[in-house]
Design a protein around this ligand. Structure first.
Ligand SMILES: [Zn+2]
Length: 156
């Protein structure tokens, strides 16, 4: 069986739902944690350290009966901006889109600054993406910038 064919089968093995492919190896569990926060009952299949046809390794997550929207994908963009989302219907990929990194995250992350006004006012959190040497998010309200790793923890 060709490498390409084998990859295709990995992606298509669920009936309906979403497959997130090309997650950087090591980020799969972070993404898994975030998906479980969103929906504790969701049925997930995870592949870690799978061979990637571009060389190297990747993680892959299959999500049964949950078809991702762009908004669902945006929440994961910080952890896997280069991953691909495959929407599956009846075992076939009906839609495919890259996650990509948005310019802003609205209502997705909680501000790591405990003194930030977003913790007391009923406003949606809002972060601008700053890409310099490393990726950072700047809070629109307290104007502090935080390393992306500070956002891998729980939302609540
Ligand atoms: Zn803030």
């Amino acid at each position: 069986m060709s490498e390409h064919r084998r990859e295709k089968m990995l992606v298509e093995a669920i009936q309906n739902g979403t497959v997130i492919d090309h997650i950087p190896a090591g980020k799969g569990l972070t993404i898994l944690g975030r998906l479980q926060l969103r929906n504790a009952e969701v049925r997930l299949t995870v592949g870690l350290n799978l061979p990637s046809h571009g060389g190297g390794m990747k993680d892959l997550i299959k999500i049964d009966d949950w078809r991702f929207t762009e908004q669902d994908a945006a929440e994961l963009a910080l952890f896997a901006p280069k991953a691909t989302v495959n929407i599956i219907e009846e075992y076939r990929v009906v839609r495919k889109f890259p996650i990509g990194l948005p310019e802003t995250f609205i209502g997705v992350f909680v501000c790591p600054n405990a003194n930030c006004i977003t913790h007391v006012e009923p406003v949606e959190s809002r972060f601008s993406v700053i890409q310099e040497a490393t990726l950072q998010l700047r809070c629109h309200y307290c104007e502090r910038a935080f390393a992306d790793t500070l956002f891998t923890e729980n939302k609540s």
